[in-house]
Design a protein around this ligand. Sequence first.
Ligand SMILES: Cc1ncc(COP(=O)(O)O)c(C=O)c1O
Length: 441
Amino acid sequence: MPTTRDSNGALYLGGVSLLDVVRDPSAPRPTTPAYVYDLDAMAAEARALRAGFDGAPHLVAYALKANTAGAVVRALAAQGCGADLVSGAELAVALQCGVAPDDIIYNGVAKTDAEIDQAIATGPRGIGAIQLESVEEIARVEGRARAAGRRARVGVRVNPSLDMDGATHAHIATGHDRAKFGVPRPDVGRAVQLCEASAHLELVGMGAHVGSHFKSTGPYVESAEVLFSIVSALRGEGRLRSLAFVDTGGGFGVDYGESALPVGGETRDAVPPPPAFVRAARVAQRRAKLDDLALYVEPGRCLVAAHGVLLARVTQVKVAGDTRWLMIDAGMNDLIRPALYQARHRVVPLQAAPTNEAPIPWRVVGPVCESSDDFGEHALPPAPGEYVAILDAGAYGYTMASVYNGRQLPVEVFLAGGRVAARTERVPIERWVAERLRAGR
Ligand SMILES: Cc1ncc(COP(=O)(O)O)c(C=O)c1O
């Protein structure tokens, strides 16, 4: 359980009272909205996932897009994680956090020439693999490698043409025929041929990533099986001789509290723990007789989501008709998942109410001038207190935050060893105002 309560009902994360975090007299004001992360728990999550490979050659390439905070990336790199990234900026963060160039995978459908050059120029041999997402991209990467006088290691990201209907939200399903991602199945043979014919490309990987937040291993394995069957068929034709790894992508789901909510009178199945996805993929890999290859995975969410919370202060209460609105100082600009994907995060008070006070429904909303700035209805005490925590906010929270409505980015607080190890400085709002005033001058 990532958050716990003490006997007085105060909420804790990583052994630290979250009330102490927001009331810390030495912290710059205001102390909310604030993301708080438990670095030790994230590191433990990475260790558990790596143990799921049972000693087989592997790489856990942490998908930085989930959370790019230096302390988070360093904590995961220290556990032997590599990095999966999608921009030159993420590449710079990964390298400076100690990720070895060999352990870096670069996905992305529209990498710029400058980003490709950066990946090729990194380290003695470039990064571990630039994932090619279209047949058309191959000539461009080859041209950049030739110009640099280098041989770039590449992978082909296959679009396995799987609909995944109902397995995840449509906005985060990436392996179907209408998705912009990956080389379409009929073109994979040609893509492999082009890479193998080039003196400036070394084809080291074949991968697929079909979506995020799968709540069972079935869809993940289905995609892995398509990938493995393509790899086996190509090997049968004498191709892929330089292949070092197969990459089954990220997408391991987490429990945002849904498993406790009954559907049609029945409780839902629990989301399998991250190592279960790896073990299921390993079974498929062995069955496909591809055991000589390393297995790469690209998880983001499952390593960090549950070990981060977004703390907010209650700024206004409003009762209108039947609705009790709880208005907080965190909005969709701080955590956009509910507005973007209809995601639901649990909202809980930092200080639990006395047990004799039954919770009542509150509609929790932020200050942003959009009706979608809405965290949903939550059972909270009749007097919810000064602060609430939005749970499971460690992934796709801060990285998707914006300054919409002239708001500041939230601060981030890092917990390690049962104490606050570091916190970021809030960018002064005056700087934002000055920058906007300069625009167009
Ligand atoms: C190519 C790729 N790999 C990995 C991930 C990480 O997915 P997750 O955070 O669900 O593990 C994503 C997420 O969108 C992705 O696009």
